[in-house]
Ligand binder design. Structure first.
Ligand code: SF4
Length: 343
């Protein structure tokens, strides 16, 4: 194991990509990067990470920011729940620990939004602790290295992966070791056509030895996404440069706390009334938007409504189209506004 570990670290030192979060040991910056990198590609994350840390360079700066400002920095990254949990977690760090991310693993794990993976990434990279991490890349590498042939996501698989990762992280440079595993998965041990001939741990790889690289890891058993039909109403008030659009902030999981166009699983009229708006509603939809989320495939019919009226509140507001720039809105909302208003 020592030799395999050494080979992997040696390869990482020579081949690792130069990524902005690899220049810091600041646990807060590493936390931000790890949350952004969940389910999002490295190239996409880089500009978001830079902008986010420019605006919120410290835990205190983020804790003091209001949610809209935080979400607007996340707009386009998706999975907005991550941003809200990061915000909540950092606020707790400021309230409970004077703005210093706790070194103690248990305290870190108790923070909102910090699961085993994020805690391990912060612990190993920022604090040099022998804490394991298992993400999609690490799963693929370990499943192949140890020839784990149970499906990804099954509890036996998860337990085994974390055990192997915990065993392997022990030793020098645990943070670099974890990053090396992820880097190997991202650049060499890729889902399709892994480059085994250039792999620093090929000698120890059981899948390579048994010619099973192509069939490992065994994919998770997936349920088909549920189809959902929705009606969305882009309700405006005023004309020309004075035109404003009404958006709502609901507890709908679709929006994750962002401002969005009123929508309903019923008729367009219901979308308006559920949003507490009165307006002149068009009789026919002006277009349709398809939007795929992790577990749902949405087909949204888009209606226009004019002369909209309602009372502004914490969950219902009018925005000028230019004013939407600084507001957290989801990709779906952008699509709906584009169809209805050409914006
Ligand atoms: S030998 Fe191939 S399958 Fe095994 S870890 Fe290396 S790249 Fe992955």
């Amino acid at each position: 194991m020592d030799l395999v570990r050494k080979n992997l670290l040696g390869w990482y030192d020579a081949a690792a990509r130069d990524l902005p979060w690899r220049h810091t040991r600041d646990p807060y910056a590493i936390w931000v990067s790890e949350v952004m990198l969940q389910q999002t590609r490295v190239e996409t994350v880089i500009p978001y990470y830079r902008r986010f840390l420019e605006s919120f360079p410290t835990p205190r700066a983020l804790a003091e920011a209001d949610e809209d400002a935080v979400l607007s920095h996340w707009s386009g990254l998706g999975y907005y729940r991550r941003a809200r949990l990061l915000h909540a977690g950092v606020r707790e760090v400021v309230d409970q620990y004077g703005g210093r991310v706790p070194e103690d693993a248990k305290a870190r794990r108790a923070l909102p939004g910090v699961g085993r993976y994020t805690a391990g990434a912060i612990g190993s990279i920022a604090f040099d602790k022998e804490e394991p991490i298992v993400d999609g890349n690490v799963t693929r590498v370990l499943a192949r290295l140890f020839r784990i042939d149970t499906p990804v996501g099954a509890s036996a698989t998860t337990t085994r992966l974390w055990e192997e990762a915990a065993r392997w992280v022990r030793g020098e440079r645990p943070g670099d070791f974890n990053q090396a595993l992820m880097e190997l998965g991202a650049t060499i041990c890729t889902p399709k056509q892994p480059r085994c001939a250039s792999c620093p741990v090929a000698d120890a790889c059981l899948a390579y030895a048994s010619d099973e690289v192509d069939v490992l890891p065994v994919p998770r058993v997936r349920r088909a996404p549920k189809q959902v039909k929705l009606a969305a109403v882009v309700a405006t008030q005023g004309r020309g440069a004075d035109r404003k659009v009404w958006l709502v902030k609901g507890d709908q999981p679709l929006f994750g706390g962002l401002w969005g166009v009123p929508m309903s699983e019923g008729k367009a009229r219901s979308a308006l009334s559920e949003a507490g708006l009165r307006a002149k509603l068009g009789t026919e939809p002006v277009g349709q938007v398809e939007h795929v989320l992790t577990h749902r495939r949405l087909r949204v019919e888009v209606y226009r409504a004019s002369a909209a009226r309602g009372e502004e509140s914490a969950v219902r507001r009018r925005f000028t189209l230019d004013g939407l720039e600084g507001v957290g809105i989801s990709t779906l909302t952008r699509k709906l506004l584009a169809v209805a208003l050409g914006h």
